[in-house]
Write a protein that binds this ligand. Sequence first.
Ligand code: SF4
Ligand code: FES
Length: 364
Amino acid sequence: MDVTAQPPLGMLAELTHRCPLHCPYCSNPIELVTRDNELPTDEWLSIIDQARELGVLQVHMSGGEPLARTDLPVLVGRAADLGCYVNLVTSGLGLTEQRLADLAGRGLAHVQLSVQGADAETANRIAGVKAHSHKLSAARAVKKLDMPLTVNVVLHRANHHQVADLIALAEEMGADRLELANTQYYGWGLRNRSALMPTAQQLAEAEPIVRAATERLRETMQIVYVVADYYEPYPKPCMYGWGSRQLTVAPNGDVLPCPAASSITTLKLDNVRSRSLADIWYHSEAFDSYRGEDWMPDPCRGCSRKGVDFGGCRCQAFLLTGDAGATDPVCSKSPDRGLVDAILAGTPPEPPELVMRKNTIKVV
Ligand code: SF4
Ligand code: FES
């Protein structure tokens, strides 16, 4: 056992990759797990039991669209019965008042709802389906039950100009928390990077709007702004350190140190069908590879920020350099920072067409 490893606090349970939306920024892998390869109910129940035993206190039911699983109420009920705080991460499509009341009755504690734009035209274009009105209904259902609501918006070039209106929309929806998250480039989203990359001007215009709203709404709605890291001098503290706080279980049972880790093709992933969750968390190559600080190369090794950003993002390092053990190229101290600067310099004046996510399902 790695003595530096603490128990995980949270588990992202990716119940399915099926999803009714076609978002071009989707960070799920290009190759999705098909329905035939999804774990059945009894195996998910065992995972939830194992996770709680391991120390997990927060379970995020996610996907794809978790409402596509008819056994969602059973899974929510088990996690809540074990004392976990259960969060539903949803597009809102299929979240009727009746389904939500059932889930709440079984112990669902929180809903995180994605929103693609501030108006129906923009939002539906980015979602690739007429989803916006369903999201407004879903938010009303959440507030009718007086449940806490987080609205999550992925920001990019096609909706960045709407930041003020997105904040107003989240207020109207009664959100307790608003995440304005600039796109991270993994999975399908990486394919659209040049179309999604915001301009420096968009970022400069958004910043004072977000700052003023954060101050104005301090008592009513928490705003979390996730920066566009390619434009930053230092990387994000991805996952607050590899294998330190959270694990992800993919729809087929693969256990990942971060939701995008399957993009690191050099990483040997283990599956809950062959090893226990605890064994994977404490003893597997995937989790041990970048845990703690021993793996760090220079310049991270001698850097005063290594306890702040943990050397940045392993997935980004791999996707940009081919080496998951490299310093995140976003870092201004990285020998590979030139890769990021070249990408920014190459951002076209007119964005190319977005390639919409494929391989989805119809939910409503
Ligand atoms: Fe972070 Fe490494 Fe850059 Fe230091 S050198 S700021 S630890 S990524
Ligand atoms: Fe995988 Fe950052 S997204 S480590």
